[in-house]
Ligand binder design. Structure first.
Ligand code: KG4
Ligand code: ZN
Length: 333
């Protein structure tokens, strides 16, 4: 079964063709990073307009690269939320048009489920139960996946998302946009124990997170140092900030897996591209005898292969979405 996946929830226009939830026949992304970098962040109206311009040619290229055409597709999967409403609308309208014109089944996909399912493109079909940490620019949550489409949200951030914290600290340090990857690179040269930043909620007996205090602590530290005529070492500073984020995420994720008695931890979302998070969670998994899975780098950040994959498993289970379905910017998992 060949599924056409379409993703336009934020600032990447993405189209993919995936066979049987596993074989990536094509996976194209048209990034708007250069456009939004001028504003220092994603501008929703600009994103929607750029999706409109990019989507049709990208669909044609993705089908051609996969050696097929609209008639050769067996189903259409599209992100219906969460995300920017105007951006989501563009992908949904295109997907509905293809479904109407071809008469092929249509399935709406939750973007967060897409991030979880990115794992199954490379690691084989889902084998729940597992605990999943979803960390992206808009979300930070721990989820107990009990069955293929049965989720219990164990906890989430009470303020900033992890990617947002990376981006804000990076912006404060003038590292550019998006800040996560730049901060990651700089931190590799630094000492993660140079500065002891607060580990908010690490010891709390829930699975929630809080990241805005950490961001403020970093800014306060820099301002205090500067007021005393010292310039903090950027590599040590970013490594120490990153360590505080990763410490809490790793310890809460492992605790959730042990408490829920699952053998597997799955990671998903753009922040999972982070070198330190990947290394530390893998170590922790080995120590605790837990299987830890995360996508390869290119499949951590937003893409349409993960949407096609999540759509495939729902279509395969006989699920269909009505063509009346609309964008839901706050769609829960
Ligand atoms: O999943 P994603 O592509 O889009 C959303 O659904 O939000 O995640 C984007 C976020 C951005 O905040 C970006 O800075 C962050 O993921 N990110 C990283 C790294 N690569 C991307 N954060 C830390 N380290 C990275 N290597
Ligand atoms: Zn995402």
């Amino acid at each position: 079964m060949k599924v056409l996946g379409i993703e336009t929830s934020c600032d990447e226009t993405a189209v993919a063709v995936v066979e049987d939830g596993r074989g990536i026949a094509s996976n194209l992304i048209s990034s708007q990073i250069d456009i939004h970098a001028r504003y220092g962040g994603v501008v929703p109206e600009v994103a929607a307009r750029a999706h409109i311009e990019a989507l049709n040619p990208l669909m044609e290229d993705a089908l051609a690269e996969a050696g097929t055409d609209f008639a050769g597709i067996d189903g259409i999967a599209v992100t219906v939320g969460p995300g920017l409403v105007g951006a989501l609308l563009v992908g949904i309208a295109a997907a509905k048009s293809v479904a109407l014109a071809t008469g092929k089944p249509f399935i709406g996909v939750n973007h967060l489920e897409g991030h979880v399912y990115a794992n199954f493109l490379e690691h084989g079909p889902p084998e729940p139960p597992c605990v999943s940490l979803i960390v992206s620019g808009g979300h930070t949550m721990l989820v107990h996946m009990k069955a293929r489409h049965d989720y219990e949200v164990l906890g989430q951030t009470l303020d900033d998302a992890a990617g947002e914290a990376f981006d804000k600290v990076a912006r404060f340090l003038d590292l550019g946009f998006p800040g996560g990857p730049a901060l990651d690179r700089l931190a590799r040269e630094g000492d993660p124990n140079a500065i002891r930043f607060p580990r908010a909620m690490e010891a709390s007996d829930d699975f929630d997170f809080s990241l805005s205090g950490l961001k403020t602590a970093v800014m306060r530290f820099v301002k205090k140092e500067r007021s005393q005529g010292r310039e903090p070492d950027p590599a040590d500073l970013t490594a120490s900030f990153q360590e505080a984020v990763v410490d809490v995420q790793v310890s809460k994720t492992v605790r959730a897996a042990l408490e829920r008695e699952v053998g597997t931890i799955l990671l998903g979302g753009g922040v999972v591209a982070n070198t330190r998070l990947r290394g530390r969670i893998r170590e922790a998994g080995e120590r605790e005898g837990l299987r830890v899975l995360f996508p390869s780098l290119a499949l951590c950040t937003d893409n349409a292969a993960m949407i096609a994959c999540a759509g495939y498993y729902r279509l395969e289970a006989g699920e269909r979405t009505s063509l009346d379905t609309e964008a839901d910017p706050g769609l829960p998992l």
